[in-house]
Design a protein around this ligand. Structure first.
Ligand SMILES: Nc1ncnc2c1ncn2[C@@H]1O[C@H](COP(=O)(O)OP(=O)(O)OP(=O)(O)O)[C@@H](O)[C@H]1O
Ligand SMILES: O=C(O)c1ccc[n+]([C@@H]2O[C@H](COP(=O)([O-])O)[C@@H](O)[C@H]2O)c1
Length: 189
């Protein structure tokens, strides 16, 4: 079984998350995508961060597709750092082939995550385009350090089977929607 992990704050969840999940299911041939609602992104301020239960509910309400599952597992594991989450999930589900999913903004920021090279070694990574970040991501520091593990776009379907040390870019349409924009819209209403 193969599972995509889409970690996020989901403050709130939106169609960009759903699109990432659906595209990962289709393009990577995954069985499921888990929306890992973060108890608190280590790099994000708590200002304006909705309570965990509200963000989890927002992710749950995103779709009825039974393959896309919002989970509080990171909070239950007591983890905020992805490197620990991934290591624990691999130990807990030894038969599952995990793939970490992120928008291009995530790859730009990746060198600031705790033990990011270790994460890339532990789990294959699929990067999806996001307006304003795609080029920066593909020519940035993380892409450069990890260049030997990059799989050609057309071979991304094999990513889950290839395992850690590999990553791929999934080309496709981009959508500029963000939780920041939705919060700003809600504040104006
Ligand atoms: N429009 C989008 N296109 C591609 N990836 C996206 C998009 N929106 C979110 N993602 C990805 O989903 C994951 C979780 O994102 P997150 O919950 O932080 O949403 P966000 O819209 O980026 O939030 P915020 O604006 O508050 O920073 C990240 O990997 C992010 O790159
Ligand atoms: O582990 C880290 O150091 C780290 C630093 C920043 C972000 N992350 C993870 O990146 C994912 C996306 O976070 P966010 O808040 O941008 O949606 C989420 O799973 C976070 O826990 C992880």
């Amino acid at each position: 079984m193969s599972v995509g992990l889409l970690g996020g704050s989901f403050n709130p969840a939106h169609r960009g998350h759903l699109d990432v999940a659906r595209r990962a299911l289709a393009d990577l041939g995954l069985d499921e995508v888990w929306l890992l609602v973060s108890p608190g992104n280590p790099l994000k301020s708590r200002d304006g961060m909705a309570p965990f239960a509200q963000r989890l509910e927002s992710a749950r309400a995103l779709t009825r597709d039974p393959r896309i599952i919002a989970t509080d597992i990171e909070a239950r594991l007591g983890q905020r750092y992805t490197v620990r989450t991934v290591a624990l999930l691999k130990r807990r589900f030894p038969r599952v082939r995990f793939v970490w999913l992120m928008g291009a903004d995530g790859l730009v920021q990746f060198p600031r995550w705790r033990r990011w090279r270790r994460i890339a070694h532990l789990v294959p990574i699929a990067v999806l385009p996001r307006p304003g970040f795609t080029m920066k991501a593909l020519h940035g520091a993380a892409a450069s350090v990890l260049r030997h593990g990059r799989v050609p776009d057309a071979a991304a379907r094999r990513l889950a089977a290839l395992g850690g040390g590999h990553w791929a870019f999934l080309p496709g349409p981009q959508d500029g929607i963000s939780a920041t924009e939705l919060r700003a819209r809600a504040a104006r209403a």
